[in-house]
Design a protein around this ligand. Structure first.
Ligand SMILES: NC(=O)c1ccc[n+]([C@@H]2O[C@H](COP(=O)([O-])OP(=O)(O)OC[C@H]3O[C@@H](n4cnc5c(N)ncnc54)[C@H](OP(=O)(O)O)[C@@H]3O)[C@@H](O)[C@H]2O)c1
Length: 275
């Protein structure tokens, strides 16, 4: 796939996986817009992207917004798309985590995980989708986690939010298919980023041991898997061998049910006379 002139909006593009994806897509000629809360890391990232762009017409932009807040998200997407190219690709990488024993985790943590990891994924999609539906094209990539398809000890708050991202993405993929819009969901293992360094302070020993069964990847490796997954139009993007193996064990027949249900949807749409 040619990313040249494709407008890619990357939430959480100022750090970790999102920042690595921003670097990769800038090198591939995309217009790149990044969204996160803190202005400092946004500015640093833009400065890092600047020398990577191929021409002055390639747009690089940053916008500060809290994506857990719908109004801020709506304004961010409007600001990034009104006087520039429409959104072609949305990568939802903004996310937070906080592991711990359930009985010790305060309720606030559960609300924050849902607000940022789930609603912070849903809000940008709500904002870009009308344009994508009108143009009948687009690709949405949501970053879940391996903890988003298997419950991992210590992640009651995070797994619940990342399962929500996965369930939401599965349904959205089926509903957007008739509009020519693709939806992918990414399931990375532990990845060496500021998020991993933050959560390592709180990880119960049991969580560490389980996490140790999958190899830690670099942010660049995950970003490369994401870009490859977009090119190959994959519904599930599984960075690294371990994510692939665990997904095979747990989701082995998901492709078959996806295919079967998509056929039913296509048949019903023909009966309803909608294309
Ligand atoms: N690292 C891992 O081991 C791992 C494994 C599996 C899945 N993941 C998932 O991969 C995604 C990227 O993680 P990462 O490791 O790259 O994390 P990271 O380095 O901590 O980056 C997170 C990004 O999200 C932004 N962000 C956080 N809360 C936000 C909010 N409310 N509104 C807007 N932006 C917000 C942060 O910027 P500000 O703080 O300035 O807002 C930052 O740019 C996350 O969804 C994460 O859950 C990570």
């Amino acid at each position: 796939m040619n990313f040249h002139d494709q407008h890619t909006i990357i939430t959480g593009g100022s750090s970790g996986i999102g920042r690595a994806a921003a670097r990769l897509l800038t090198r591939r000629g995309a217009h790149v817009s990044i969204v996160a809360r803190r202005q400092g890391p946004l500015d640093e990232t833009l400065a890092e992207l600047e020398p990577l762009r191929g021409s002055q017409s390639q747009r690089l932009r940053a916008y500060s917004a809290d994506l857990a807040d719908w109004e801020q998200t709506r304004q961010a997407i409007a600001a990034l798309t009104t006087d520039g190219p429409p959104p072609d690709i949305l990568v939802n990488s903004a996310g937070v985590t906080h592991p711990g024993y359930f009985e010790e985790l305060p309720l606030d943590i559960f609300h924050t995980m849902m607000d940022v990891d789930f609603f912070g994924t849903l809000h940008p999609i709500k904002a870009v989708l009308p344009v994508m539906m009108e143009r009948r094209s687009g690709h949405i990539v949501n970053i879940s986690s391996m903890a988003g398809f298997m419950g991992v000890f210590g992640y009651t708050a995070y797994s619940a939010a990342k399962f929500a991202v996965r369930g939401f993405s599965d349904v959205l993929r089926a509903e957007m298919k008739p509009y020519g819009i693709r939806v992918s969901v990414v399931f990375p293992p532990d990845t060496d980023t500021p998020q991993l360094r933050y959560e390592n302070q709180f990880k119960p020993l049991e969580t560490r041991r389980i996490a140790g069964t999958a190899k830690t990847l670099t942010a660049d490796q995950v970003a490369q898997a994401i870009v490859r997954g977009i090119e190959q139009r994959r519904a599930y993007i599984l960075p690294g061998f371990d994510a692939w193996l665990y997904s095979l064990l747990l989701n082995g027949f998901v492709g078959l049910t996806r295919w079967y249900f998509d056929r039913i949807v296509a048949q019903v749409r023909r009966e309803r006379g909608v294309e």
